[in-house]
Design a protein around this ligand. Structure first.
Ligand SMILES: Cc1cc2nc3c(=O)[nH]c(=O)nc-3n(C[C@H](O)[C@H](O)[C@H](O)COP(=O)(O)O)c2cc1C
Length: 342
């Protein structure tokens, strides 16, 4: 598609870094970012990320091979540092020689980043606070993904607007920083890139594409949702910590709240220990994203979604989505140019 010289200038750094046409990343989504979605993103000028998730290593290798068979363009593999097969995932990098590795979950150790880099990969790490960004740079990250708490899935506690100032403004000159969490339009994409971002990462909007193979009920509930329906998991007491996940409100979320209150009461009455209560809390969501996204259980499963769910208007193809983002970003640059012209 034809774009202005200003747009081409704006995307150069991110496109060169990711080796793709537009620095628009489709963030990895466990169970969802499988070879067909990832390759469709990369084949349409964006940058796909294959989800390592909780997959056994042989399945992940199969998925990498399948993605490679579907696209010659670059894509990343997302490794979750707390996944059961994480160390096997790390070990397979040496043979797979992937061009990009993205660490997610908790934060990788320096040795783990070194393993990925030694395999020839460029490494991207999430930065959900300024100090984590500093640490990831010290450990050797080649690029950062700044993800604000508006995002869908596992989240930090700081919003995108604050992280733009704490991470992008501080480190954006040193290394490419990609902005995630609430990126829903090309207009905003243009602005964060004018602020210094190398590109953007979106998850929620890519769920609503034709190539995304989630259950129709999962898409339908996304379409109906407002931004305020995508809430962070409630935590009632720091004695019973809960991992923050942004997802659409449903019965499962309500029951999770009730479970915490029951467990807290039982703890207070001495009927249950802290450890056992914590185990109950952690057990609750196991397998729940799969239940919702693949099996279509939208009542009890986890409907992970960002607040940008409120910006969804219709299901579209990946080509249409990327075209829309690029065109709107470019239009915004043209508008700004004429605004400053006189
Ligand atoms: C359903 C769902 C599952 C996700 N799973 C992962 C994951 O496995 N690994 C990861 O790094 N990020 C995961 N994310 C975060 C996305 O990759 C992306 O960073 C985020 O969705 C961007 O914010 P947005 O939802 O506002 O577009 C997930 C997000 C969603 C909505």
């Amino acid at each position: 598609m034809e774009t202005s010289k200003s747009f081409q200038k704006l995307i150069r750094r991110g496109s060169n870094f990711l080796n793709c046409q537009y620095p628009i990343m489709c963030g990895a989504m466990t169970w969802i970012s499988e070879p067909k979605l990832v390759s469709a993103v990369s084949n349409n000028g964006g940058f796909g990320c294959l989800a390592g998730g909780n997959a056994p290593v042989d399945i992940l290798i199969k998925n990498i091979e399948e993605t490679r068979s579907l696209t010659d363009n670059s894509f990343a593999v997302n490794l979750i540092t707390i996944a059961p097969a994480y160390h096997e995932h790390l070990a397979m990098l040496k043979d797979q020689r992937l061009p990009y590795v993205i660490f997610a979950g908790s934060f990788p150790r320096d040795k783990e980043i070194a393993i990925a880099k030694a395999s020839g990969a460029k490494v991207l790490c999430f930065a959900s606070t300024e100090s984590i960004a500093e640490r990831m740079i010290r450990y050797g990250a080649d690029g950062l993904i700044l993800e604000g708490s508006e995002a869908g899935g596992h989240i930090g506690h700081v919003s995108t607007t604050i992280l733009l100032q704490q991470v992008l403004f501080k480190f954006g000159d040193k290394l490419p920083v990609f902005v995630a969490g609430g990126m829903g339009t090309g207009k905003l994409m243009a602005h964060v890139m004018l602020m210094g971002a190398a590109g953007v990462q979106l998850g929620t909007r890519f769920v609503m594409t034709k190539e995304c193979n989630v259950h129709q009920k999962f898409k339908d509930v996304f379409m109906r949702a407002n931004a305020r329906d995508a809430i962070s998991t409630p935590q009632y007491d720091s004695k019973l910590p809960v991992v923050a996940v942004r997802a659409l409100k449903n019965k499962g979320m309500q029951k999770f709240g009730e479970l915490q209150l029951q467990l807290l009461l039982q703890m207070k009455e001495g009927k249950i220990g802290r450890e056992q209560a914590q185990e109950e809390v952690e057990k609750y969501w196991i397998g729940s994203l799969r239940r919702a996204a693949i099996d279509g259980d939208i009542e009890a499963g986890s409907l992970m979604a960002g607040q940008s769910v409120g910006l969804l208007e219709r299901e579209m193809t990946i080509k249409e989505l990327i075209t829309e983002l690029v065109t709107d970003a470019d239009c915004e640059l043209i508008r700004l140019k004429s605004f400053f012209a006189d």
